[in-house]
Design a protein around this ligand. Sequence first.
Ligand code: ATP
Length: 314
Amino acid sequence: MTPRSVVTVRVPAKVNVQLAVGGRRADGFHELANVFFAVALGDLVTASPGSPGSGVMLTCAGPDADLVPLDDSNLAARAAHLLAAHHGVEADVRLHIAKEIPVAGGMAGGSADGAAALVACDALWELATPLPVLLALAAELGSDVPFALLGGVALGRGRGELLTPVPVDGTFHWVFAVADGGLSTPAVFHECDRLRDEAGTGSADSDVPAPEADPALLAALAGGDAVALAAALGNDLQAAALSLRPALAATLRAGAEAGALGVLVSGSGPTCAFLAKDAEAAEAVASALRASGTCRAAHATYGPVAGAEVLPQA
Ligand code: ATP
């Protein structure tokens, strides 16, 4: 087989259909019960050979490209370095990110690019890294990176990185409303703690019950029941995201008024997610959101979809 000179990987964004946040642990992280759901809105990461000694050379295109760091802090670059170090090879590669996932939007876009770069470099450098090793490297990069490798729907425990696949029947239809400007995930967790302290419940892990996956939510996914899933959607970070960005309330309201079955902030926000009855209803919700003036863009999409995967060569 001739080595591939270019490898393109498609990687999904995620929405958390449940994000149950426990108290703050001694290490500063929060225990989570996090049901990740991979959607077809995603990025493409293309790897091609660099020249000897070039290191990782990054480019990015897309609506939010100017917000994406192009130095070694980019998760795609970090992934390339980590994989190269693991195998003792040089990390000489060109990586191009075609970015559709909103940046700092609560859809794990940076984590998705990290997962995609692991898979793309693995194929380009013909390393054939076993999946369990890729998952371990992914967990080193960040809590949301392993899920972007797996895709589908999965329950994440710990900081979100200990994954168990969740059975799902059929396809669910979603709309994502993209806000102007992002929210910092640590700032949203901090606000969640502040609101808990202010309410008198406390924010430490001894104050907050251990987070659990909701059996009604898991049953709705397994039964392919969009109405039941809509009723079970939950995000413990939503109040914090709304506190930091009160304008999101109008976005959520506009989607509900347009007929969405269920609405929630995606992860740490500020992207808002709307579950629709079918593809046609999703298009109608997306058009209504665009017309409402409460978001910068609205995308109708679906899921679950596979995790990071190499596209066939053109
Ligand atoms: P999560 O949902 O995992 O909390 P997010 O979707 O809110 O994350 P990201 O899009 O991953 O946020 O971006 C968070 C920050 O990470 C950005 O502001 C940017 O500085 C940095 N970053 C590093 N690599 C990338 C990348 N490949 N794409 C986008 N942002 C990146």
